[in-house]
Design a binder for this molecule. Structure first.
Ligand SMILES: Nc1ncnc2c1ncn2[C@@H]1O[C@H](COP(=O)(O)OP(=O)(O)O)[C@@H](O)[C@H]1O
Ligand SMILES: [Mg+2]
Length: 392
């Protein structure tokens, strides 16, 4: 008989490390996949005058990749700043420089002088109120030529002030001409870089665009296999396949289902992730998901079953490269789900309503006329609806 060495408590402690649906990955041991995106950012760092912008949907793993970047390079000083709505250009950079600490030896005075080791941060060398703030940053960094810096600005989409974004665009341009020891990486939710930094053709040359796609099946599989192995849990290919299918490319849901399934398995001193445990994981996962998603879904399906069937049909419809679905596919899937045979017009009213606040804005309409497409306003809704329907 196989000897299993871990106690229940040990397994539960490991569980909290292996699966973390609500927080980005901080430790490299639990970071999987994303090799192409990481290597693209690496290229920008290694190439002088190049900076990068990492963009993608909410929840695909941008912050985790930003954390991974800070651990991946041993020869540079990494700084991450999370941008807030109210931040101005000057205070974001003062924060960033404040995170660069170095020690300085000050000569003692008196008869028996002893040198004093003092920690200072670069933030103290800059005046946030300066009129020439941009050139102050450049001169300051140029004083530290023997160091290399990586400045990552996460949640850049939070910055709503156009002036602040423009200042970043200007600074990136100046950096590529005047600063050789620093790379700037902007990270944020967006479909394209214009949404994040505006239309700056002059940035094209110095700003590498790195799109963070949803996770591939293989990447999701890596998270499941590695996490479960750590907990001595086996999973059949069929159940694993289902978790991946539910997650729809969002690592959050992979973590969520694995966490609640594994928790139940460990509590029962078991070692097999069966369909039964997946059912429990789905129920618990739904209870523990984002309140906003739950509320929006509740609003969307109020009334007859038709509302729920159409939303479900949306999740079954193929997406294009912009994550949009079209009405023909929705109607086709609606007919299958509700065993009916209706035409597109029958659901037009419902689709329009789904785009309104009354129905939780679950969908957003893109384009018009024959080019009309729909998209889940919160991309994670797709996975949530699938879980919800399966828990009924
Ligand atoms: N490369 C990865 N390997 C394992 N888990 C990941 C990875 N990237 C993201 N995750 C998980 O996915 C969820 C969302 O990640 P996060 O980095 O917060 O996304 P974003 O910043 O794009 O919203 C978190 O639970 C995180 O632990
Ligand atoms: Mg993030």
């Amino acid at each position: 008989m196989e000897i299993l060495s871990k106690t229940k408590e040990e397994r539960l402690i490991k569980l909290s490390k292996a699966f973390s649906p609500s927080s980005p990955i901080k430790k490299t041991d639990f970071f999987f996949g994303r090799i192409e995106q990481l290597s693209n950012v690496c290229d920008a760092i290694n190439e002088q005058g190049q900076h990068a912008i990492l963009f993608g949907e909410r929840g695909v793993g941008k912050t985790s990749l930003a954390n991974k970047m800070t651990e991946s390079f041993t020869n540079l000083f990494p700084v991450i700043v999370t941008c807030n709505r109210k931040d101005t250009f000057n205070n974001i950079w003062t924060q960033a420089l404040g995170k660069v600490q170095h020690s300085k030896t000050i000569k003692g005075i008196g008869f028996k002088p002893t040198d004093i080791e003092q920690f200072v941060n670069l933030g103290t060398y800059i005046n946030p109120k300066s009129e020439n703030f941009q050139s102050d940053i450049i001169s300051l960094l140029n004083n530290y030529k023997k160091y290399t810096f990586l400045f990552i600005f996460d949640e850049f989409d939070n910055i709503i002030n156009d002036r602040t974004r423009e200042d970043f665009a200007d600074l990136i341009k100046s950096f590529s001409d005047n600063v050789t020891n620093s790379t700037i990486v902007l990270v944020g939710i967006a479909d394209d870089i214009e949404t994040l930094i505006g239309n700056h053709q002059s940035l094209e040359r110095c700003l590498k665009q790195v799109k963070m796609p949803r996770m591939s099946k293989k990447e999701c599989e890596e998270i499941i296999d590695n996490g479960l192995a750590l907990l001595d849990i086996k999973i059949s290919p069929k159940v694993k396949e289902k978790i991946i299918e539910f997650a729809s490319g969002f690592p959050h849901y992979v973590h969520l289902l694995c966490k609640y399934g594994a928790q139940e398995i460990i509590e029962n001193n078991k070692y097999e992730f069966s369909q039964g445990y997946l059912n429990i994981a789905i129920k618990k996962g739904i209870d523990n998901t984002n309140e906003q998603l739950k509320a929006s879904y509740r609003k969307a399906i109020v009334g007859t079953k038709k509302w729920q069937d159409i939303i479900f049909a949306c999740t079954q419809s193929p997406i294009d490269t912009y994550n949009c679905i079209n009405k023909m596919d929705i109607i086709k899937n609606y007919n299958i789900i509700s065993s009916s045979n209706v035409s597109g017009g029958t659901i037009s009213y419902n689709l329009k309503q789904f785009c309104s606040a009354d129905r939780g804005n679950v969908l957003t309409k893109i384009g018009s006329g024959i080019n009309t497409r729909y998209r889940f306003t919160n991309p994670m809704m797709r996975a949530f609806v699938k879980l919800k329907i399966n828990s009924n």
